[in-house]
Design a protein. Structure first.
Length: 455
């Protein structure tokens, strides 16, 4: 392909497609020719595309519970009600899955970049390689989310046979969409990240763009989801070697300075955000709220009484996205996540004291000096449960809990059964295939080679 004939659409994916073969719909008005290295960098600067991540895990996770609140239940429409009750099917064939579409649009754009940037004009080889590497990181991040929504939890014994997701590495809208195996998708994620690492700078221009800390952090999250805990911890340590600032919440409560917005937040390693599904306020489950003490500054800063929301509800609700008008929920890799990933790996390998020391280092910034109490554990198993509880407190309301529920569901000692009542009927989630989102039927009808997940 000669670069002068390359055209990339600037608009977002359309909600519907008329072709039976397209995996995404790319609108063609307002095309422009892309031929300079700076053009491809501008694609990566598109915040509305690359900062977006999946929001539906906020609905399926056990962080929230609508109880019998009819007003809140009535807000769950267009498939969100099915996601909330872990139904066999989420969407009808005339509905789109916005998460699937968004992630594959990111992948399509990354593939346009990797296919063409090295032939672009007015850029040095170093500049082209950096853009290429950044696209690899963004592609890997999208695939990591996809494989942990629409495929089974990674299992080394079965990963080469379990169906993953369509693995697209070239900008072909009409590619065959037979699902690659879970192993193939993870192999590509790891390959993209490890290849990008030496090319990227030590530190980013801002947290919208990946540098070395982001690559190590995404590698850490990837290995955690693969249950390769030593490698998860090793990469968490490397990420923290570049970025390790923890905000002291004492400085951001009553009388203190404003909590920093996501692009200025030193805890965020790579900015990703998710909007609340359907603008639903998130009423927190009693199970989650009971894990907080009321003097925990995360409880003070990031939750509010249900009467503060509309429609109102009993209990507490997540206030994360309301600290600033227009900001959504931050779901990108962060310093606290890396600390807790390292702590989990330490606990799993019997290093209980080192694991608890990391948890306490974080908690010291989450309580006032007068209310902080150091935690301790007498066994590695107790330390592991402390770490997992701390993950719930630190990462609640982001949807990241769903990914923890998935990976822990395959461990009998840590798996949990969840129940919730919706419109008078009680639904129960047990370990198994309901932890896997169904492939949108619309995409299967348009691309019959895509097989549906077992439900």
């Amino acid at each position: 392909m000669t670069i002068k004939h390359l055209y990339i659409a600037l608009l977002v994916i359309a909600g519907a497609t008329t072709s039976c073969r397209k995996y995404v719909e790319v609108e063609q008005p307002n095309q422009r020719e892309f031929k300079y290295t700076s053009d491809f960098q501008q694609l990566l600067n598109n915040v509305s595309m690359f900062e977006q991540s999946a929001s539906l895990p906020m609905v399926s996770s056990d962080d929230i519970n609508l109880d019998a609140n009819a007003s809140l239940q009535g807000q769950l429409m267009n498939g969100m009600d099915n996601i909330y009750i872990w139904a066999a099917d989420y969407y009808t064939s005339d509905q789109s899955d916005a998460g699937w579409d968004q992630l594959y649009k990111q992948i399509y754009t990354c593939n346009q970049i990797t296919a063409n940037v090295m032939e672009s004009k007015n850029g040095t080889t170093e500049e082209k390689q950096k853009v290429y590497a950044e696209a690899q990181v963004q592609r890997a991040t999208s695939y990591l989310t996809l494989i942990n929504l629409y495929a089974r939890v990674y299992n080394a014994a079965n990963a080469s046979k379990d169906p993953g997701v369509p693995l697209l590495l070239t900008p072909d809208l009409f590619a065959n969409l037979t699902r690659a195996s879970v192993q193939q998708v993870y192999d590509q994620i790891l390959q993209d990240l490890t290849q990008a690492l030496p090319t990227l700078p030590d530190y980013p221009s801002n947290n919208l763009h990946p540098a070395k800390a982001a690559v190590y952090a995404i590698l850490s999250r990837t290995y955690l989801y693969m249950q390769r805990y030593t490698e998860a911890a090793d990469n968490a340590v490397k990420a923290l070697g570049y970025q390790n600032t923890i905000l002291d919440l004492n400085n951001h409560t009553a009388g203190g300075s404003a909590y920093p917005r996501r692009l200025l937040n030193p805890e965020i390693i790579l900015a990703k955000q998710a909007s609340k599904p359907g603008y639903l306020n998130l009423p927190l489950s009693d199970e989650l709220v009971n894990k907080f003490s009321t003097d925990d500054l995360r409880y003070t800063l990031f939750t509010r009484n249900g009467s503060s929301f509309f429609p109102s509800f009993t209990g507490r609700g997540s206030y994360r996205d309301m600290l600033f008008s227009g900001d959504n929920v931050s779901v990108g890799v962060s310093v606290p996540e890396m600390m807790l990933t390292q702590a989990e790996a330490l606990a799993r390998t019997g290093q209980k004291d080192e694991a608890i020391a990391l948890v306490n280092a974080l908690r010291q910034k989450r309580f006032t000096p007068s209310t902080y109490i150091a935690l301790s554990a007498t066994t590695a198993d107790e330390a592991l449960h402390i770490v997992l509880d701390e993950r719930r407190r630190e990462l609640f309301g982001t949807g990241l809990r769903w990914f923890d529920q998935r990976r822990l569901s395959v461990e009998p000692a840590l798996a949990e059964t969840e129940s919730r009542t919706f419109k008078g009927t009680t639904y129960t989630l047990v370990p198994g295939d309901r932890y896997v989102y169904p492939i949108p039927p619309k995409n299967i009808e348009q691309n019959p080679e895509i097989t549906q997940n077992a439900r």
